[in-house]
Design a protein. Sequence first.
Length: 253
Amino acid sequence: MVAIPAAIRLADRMLGKDTLVKAAAYWSAELGLDPEELFRESLCVRPHGERLVDYNGIFALFREGKASISHPQDRANALRACLPEMLFSPDRFATGFPGKVVIGPAYIGYAETLSSDTTPAAHALDASHCAEAAALREACSESEWEHGGSAVGEVVASGVFVDGQLAALAGYEVWDGTIAHISVVSHPAHRGKGHGRAAVADIARRATEAGLLPQYRTLDKNAPSIRIAESLGFVRYATSVAVRLGEIAPESR
């Protein structure tokens, strides 16, 4: 009998086994773990694996009361000293590093069945739409584009137009040949009208047709973004927190 990774053994009636297998395979590799180790114990703390070896930060993934955390090789003592008071809440973990740049808690969701109730219609974008994408980028803040923009003509992308103007743009990057990581951004003048939702719906549909698993990630504090995802059929798989570390004194390592 083939062993089922702990991440899959956890009760989850909303995400199917195939989705959980793919998610466990990706995130265990990201954290330098074997799929069997991901969420097997209440807390798993390890040095960064190959993928994050150059990342001067801490990455934590939380799911159903369990946490898997990876850290730089030389920061183990400093991290472990903080852990007892942080777990198991992602919110508490995120506030346990004062003075550091913390990204999260963030929602990570996957979609297996997508809602077909989307209006207005979205359209596939290609290199011929670079000018419209550039205009959208100019209208957004640097942070908004960094978190939600896509390089039209270089990645698979979908968009919604209003009177010839690109009102929303969604695209995806392929991770490990199995996951389509979706980004979305909307024009400030056209927000709250369903354009971003329509763009995400179309790009997620195209990802599914390409045999990929659509993934949606956004900060937990961005409740409207999570509502868009869940209205389309995305289900939370886990919550992530990333902490960027600065230099620390040798004696504290």
